[in-house]
Design a protein around this ligand. Structure first.
Ligand SMILES: [Zn+2]
Ligand SMILES: [Zn+2]
Ligand SMILES: [Zn+2]
Length: 163
């Protein structure tokens, strides 16, 4: 279940507000952590924030090229790497695509609900069971670095459209 402050990507909401809030949180996080949100990085983040649909690196590259910010794949990959490494965007392994973070700010582990039909993604907090696993691993001397929790299915709208 999405946290109370975040808009639910699968249902009608004021996406302009949702997007503005995510962009402000990202800018604040960059200022606080002295990270440089270059024009290409900011543009990629804005592009990902256009909707809650995950975008592939190639789709991002198309947009960068369209905006005259670079037509070479490394430009897109470097910007995406920066955003992912700093928790401003997430890579959805199931789709091989990216979404902007909707929880803003500090580094965090998250879980994702992924609609296989419309590619919209909802970010939720890591389930308690998974945090328990990480703690148990730590107690046993194993340091977990990454956890991928992606639940794939169909959102309301796609189910109604008869998948
Ligand atoms: Zn939204
Ligand atoms: Zn996030
Ligand atoms: Zn859907």
């Amino acid at each position: 279940m999405p946290s109370s402050s975040a808009a639910d990507p699968f249902h009608a909401h004021d996406h302009g507000a949702c997007r503005g809030e995510a962009m402000r949180a990202a800018e604040a996080a960059c200022r606080a952590r002295k990270l440089r949100l270059t024009p290409a990085r900011a543009f990629v983040l804005e592009t990902l924030l256009e909707s809650h649909q995950a975008m592939t690196a190639y789709e991002v590259l198309d947009r960068l090229a369209g905006a005259g910010l670079g037509s070479q794949p490394p430009v897109a990959y470097r910007a995406l790497d920066f955003l992912v490494a700093n928790g401003l965007a997430h890579r959805i392994e199931r789709l091989g695509a990216f979404v902007a973070c909707t929880h803003g700010g500090a580094e965090h582990a998250a879980a994702f609900l992924v609609c296989r039909r419309c590619r919209r993604v909802a970010e939720t907090a890591l389930p308690r069971a998974m945090r328990g696993l990480i703690d148990e691993a730590a107690a046993g001397g194993f340091a977990v670095e990454t956890v991928v929790v992606e639940a794939e299915g169909l959102c309301d709208a796609c189910r109604e459209a008869g998948a």
